[in-house]
Design a protein around this ligand. Structure first.
Ligand SMILES: *[C@@H]1O[C@H](CO)[C@@H](O)[C@H](O)[C@H]1NC(C)=O
Ligand SMILES: *[C@@H]1O[C@H](CO)[C@@H](O)[C@H](O)[C@H]1NC(C)=O
Length: 477
């Protein structure tokens, strides 16, 4: 009898063990085993100067080489300070976007920021952004690419105040095709939607002025004008842009910015005849020393995607802000679907200029809790700036990283590239943080940042009001 009981006991025990092992196996299918070194190499490269870029025409599309913009004009003392700066400017970017989205209640703007600007340092902020080469008014120049801005602008002579840039500052008097835009033109009136600020027109000021403040102390002011723009040899006449005579900010070294949002004044809208309101990009994983591609037009022959492009609907914003919104209906970590009330409203902005993805509090809490549970074999360490879920991975050769998936309306599943899951704060891996963060309020709109868009082909079809994703190993070739 005793032996019988013992046998049953053993049987039950092994059954229990089997169940436990079974669920363990299920997990490994949803994680990526990666060597720390491989995950980390991108930090060890020095920053590169702005190099001349190659661009080309391919069938019906234009392919522009897109480089990481990481030029520092002053030596930054150490890695941690530099990362702190990146987080600070990223927070500033996010409060700017949130305030543009919701002019009325801009509670995020005050005091809630977890990244504090060290006012006394006087050091310039650094941004993680991408740059391309264009030709405007027959001058070659380098500009930052931004899907969260509409108006393309460059620094112009006569300069009241300009930041340092690498190419000579554009002088309109040397361009025969340059024309200032007048106050009474409809283009001038579209400034309100594009920039959130209308022109100050008066009798003694007949030219259309514009002003954009980016919320982090950087701004551009000047006059709206037209000139010829050339993109990989394709000429667009009468392109409306901002000729900035008073500019300040973290555009370090570039001539200005190319706006790829969706109001009338954006480059996308102004070139629908040529490119049909279609563009796409692929951001490389390495931050330095590598480039991706910005493709204007729907021709996909230059894509190197390994999965088909799947499309989800873009949500139109009733407030008519020019940004791109998607419907985030779910997320999963290591194959486990998350439950959060935030998925019911689901509206989320996709932005090329924000670094770290922002999630509404309910979704972020679910992400964090699930991640902590699945990653519990690694010791937790204090947070860094806006990142509050950090681990000590030092001394580990390999780590098992849970797969992070975003799910959008129409059952579109996007797997975040493994390089977009963690942010290395300490180079010895003693502080490695989950590269997502939470917003302060549930009614704010989340933002998908560029850190989580790496190694993806992101396709914007503005006329079709849809956005596509495909996996692609990004590189310019
Ligand atoms: C118009 O003038 C106001 C007040 O001086 C200023 O805040 C605003 O930025 C100006 N707008 C433009 C487009 O110049
Ligand atoms: C997002 O998709 C879900 C499911 O299809 C839908 O119920 C919800 O209304 C959508 N949200 C928005 C903001 O369109």
């Amino acid at each position: 009898m005793a032996t019988m009981r013992w046998l049953i006991h053993q049987l039950l025990l092994s059954l229990l063990l089997l169940v436990a092992v079974g669920s363990g196996v299920h997990c490994t299918a949803d994680t990526t085993v990666i060597s720390l070194e491989e995950l980390h190499w991108r930090r060890s490269r020095p920053s590169q100067p702005l190099l001349p870029q190659r661009s080309r025409r391919e069938k019906d599309a234009i392919v522009l080489e897109m480089r990481h913009h990481s030029t520092s004009w002053e030596p930054t003392p150490n890695q941690e300070d530099k990362l702190q700066m990146i987080m600070v400017s990223d927070e500033a970017r996010v409060s700017y976007l949130l305030s543009r989205m919701n002019k009325i209640s801009s509670k995020s703007q005050q005091g809630s920021s977890k990244a504090q600007i060290p006012l006394t340092s006087g050091r310039k902020l650094q941004t993680l952004n991408y740059i391309v080469n264009i030709e405007l008014g027959s001058r070659k120049m380098t500009v930052i690419v931004d899907t969260g801005s509409d108006l393309t602008w460059i620094q112009c002579q006569p300069c009241q105040s300009c930041y340092n840039q690498q190419d000579p500052i554009f002088d309109p008097s040397t361009s025969l095709s340059y024309q200032p835009i007048q106050c009474n033109s409809p283009t001038c009136h579209s400034l309100q939607v594009s920039t959130g600020d209308s022109s100050n027109c008066s009798l003694n000021h007949p030219s259309c002025t514009y002003a954009i403040s980016y919320g982090d102390g950087s701004y551009t002011r000047g006059i709206l004008a037209r000139d010829q723009i050339k993109l990989a040899g394709t000429v667009i006449e009468g392109f409306a842009f901002g000729c900035g005579q008073n500019n300040r900010g973290l555009f370090g070294g570039t001539s200005g910015l190319m706006g790829l949002a969706q109001s009338e004044l954006s480059l996308v809208s102004q070139t629908t005849d040529q490119f049909g309101g279609f563009f796409s990009y692929c951001l490389p994983t390495k931050e330095f020393d590598s480039s991706g591609a910005l493709v204007l037009g729907s021709d996909s022959s230059s894509y190197r995607n390994s999965t088909p492009v799947v499309y989800t609907r873009m949500i139109l914003d009733p407030n008519q802000s020019p940004f791109y919104f998607l419907n985030l209906t779910g997320m999963s970590i290591g194959g486990v679907s998350l439950q959060a009330s935030g998925f019911l409203s689901g509206k989320i902005l996709i932005d090329s200029g924000t670094v770290i993805t922002r999630l509404v509090p309910s979704i972020y809490k679910a992400v964090k809790d699930e991640f902590l549970e699945q990653f519990s074999q690694y010791p937790s360490v204090p947070g860094f700036s806006i990142l509050d879920t950090c681990f000590d991975l030092s001394g580990k050769k390999e780590v098992n990283i849970p797969t992070v998936k975003l799910e959008f309306e129409s059952a579109v599943e996007v797997e975040v590239d493994v390089s977009g899951v963690f942010y290395f704060v300490k180079s010895d891996a003693s502080q490695v943080c989950l590269a997502f963060t939470g917003l302060s309020y549930e009614d704010e709109v989340g933002i998908i940042g560029n850190y989580q868009q790496k190694n993806l082909r992101v396709v914007y079809d503005t006329m079709g009001s849809r956005l596509g994703f495909a996996e692609e190993t990004c590189g310019y070739n």
